[in-house]
Ligand binder design. Sequence first.
Ligand SMILES: CC(=O)SCCNC(=O)CCNC(=O)[C@H](O)C(C)(C)COP(=O)(O)OP(=O)(O)OC[C@H]1O[C@@H](n2cnc3c(N)ncnc32)[C@H](O)[C@@H]1OP(=O)(O)O
Ligand SMILES: CC(=O)C(=O)O
Length: 535
Amino acid sequence: MTGERIYLYDTTLRDGAQTQDVDFSVADKIAIAQDLDRLGIDYIEGGWPGANPTDDRFFGSDAPTLARATFTAFGMTRRPGRSAANDPGLAGLFNARCSAVCMVGKTWDFHVDVALAIPREENLELIRDSVAAAKAAKGEALFDAEHFFDGYKRNPGYAASCVRAAYEAGARWVVLCDTNGGTLPHEIEEIVHAVVHEHGIPGDRLGIHCHNDTENAVANSLAAVRAGARMIQGTLNGLGERCGNANLVALIPTLMLKMGFRTGVRAEDLGLLTEVSRALDERLNRAPNRHAAYVGASAFAHKGGLHVSAVEKDPACYEHIAPETVGNRRQIVVSDQAGRSNILARLREMGLDIDPADARLPRLVDLVKQRDTAGYAYDTAEASFELLARRELGKVPAFFELKRFHVTDERRYNAKGELVVESEAVVRVKIGDQVRHEVADGNGPVHALDQAMRKALESTYPLIRGVKLVDYRVRILAATAGTAAMPRVLIRSRNGDGSEWSTLGVSTNIIEASTEALVDSYTFKLLRDGVAPRG
Ligand SMILES: CC(=O)SCCNC(=O)CCNC(=O)[C@H](O)C(C)(C)COP(=O)(O)OP(=O)(O)OC[C@H]1O[C@@H](n2cnc3c(N)ncnc32)[C@H](O)[C@@H]1OP(=O)(O)O
Ligand SMILES: CC(=O)C(=O)O
């Protein structure tokens, strides 16, 4: 436990914006910057003023108001043949509404020769002039030493002279970049050690910026810290060019909880991590990575029977940290890998405290295993498991019964010659002693069926109106059987209050599998809201 301070520099809004498929609006940037500030990140790199209209607005009229972080603009060293005072790129940076400027510069002789095509000594002047001018204009200048590790491996003297030029010109942080992401942790540690001990740049002026092309960006950042670097650049959820950057969401708790470093994130704010990570995914309309370290939905999910039995005695048996520390939660899942402990724990979560010696318990374990073999993967459909368990224990009211459905699809060309594909569903639903017959159209057979079911149910159970289907997934269980294979349908439903649940259905007929999942979803909603069944 060192208690030393590591500075965190977030580049989600700059390197993260270089992720394929990511396109931030100004509103996105403002919201993400505020989340990062709330979390306690030291530097927020907002983008590259002068590169596009979004970044111009973000560093101009729409600059965010931050309570703690240093708002930083990114750009490059001056162009060859221009003075720092007469370089439009640098002028854009210096006029930006920000408190610090970070400039990328070449440190690999190959890049100086090929990409810039200028004498190597001139590149050193570019770096010196630009850093000195940025420091004079903004008070704080940082230097991103592009391709430093590749450069150092080929020509250590030249790479070192580039970073020394930036350091001597007054850069607050000289940030060593593994731009192509191909360097391994032991190489990073060795080279950073040499920069500190042989080339005289102190660790408290040294940062690290790693890309994830060998899945080592986090390990590489930690290796740099072990060798003395005291600032880390990274992104939320590892966004970034190509395979991404070092993931700050994994780095922050590792630095604080495992290595004993202090960061700008207060211990009590570590609990914001899961929320901030998921908020970014939500904004990007991406499904969060459930297996993400620390914050993924599966990061503290226990599936194996042996694990659950021990976790029930003490969670530390199978958890490296307490999930609440990072704002996550423990989850016990039920599947064919489960034992009695999994089932008991889930029943308890459902509010059913049954005696561990209850004879229905082993029957329920067997039933889950048999149904799992038939395709009912309850580890991803907790609501369907709850219905199964409550039915076995005789605790699900008969809200309604789907007696019959009929679905038709029509593909035709209309009078204008346009292709039209329409679906119509007819359902017969029994509620108490009444039978309802309803018809509805939809943009597909499942949509039509959902609409018809809702028509039949909503007048008796108006709460159903608040349920939305937010995800629909089909998985083929026997891939070799082609179109005759058995599909499993997984539906995710969301209530008006934001709560969500998953249900599933399995059948050789995809419409029947979907219907089973839909019926479970409505039934679960009525059950959890304590609705009385209508006679
Ligand atoms: C490693 C990194 O991730 S660095 C960040 C990379 N991010 C981005 O590039 C996103 C934003 N970039 C942009 O919008 C544009 O590239 C701009 C506005 C910066 C520049 O656009 P353009 O003027 O059209 O130049 P273009 O992108 O084609 O080429 C870059 C030029 O900068 C030069 N250059 C590259 N790095 C540096 C540097 N550190 N210092 C000075 N000049 C540099 C290149 O040699 C090239 O010069 P050339 O036009 O004489 O060949
Ligand atoms: C600066 C930067 O993003 C890099 O070198 O990877």
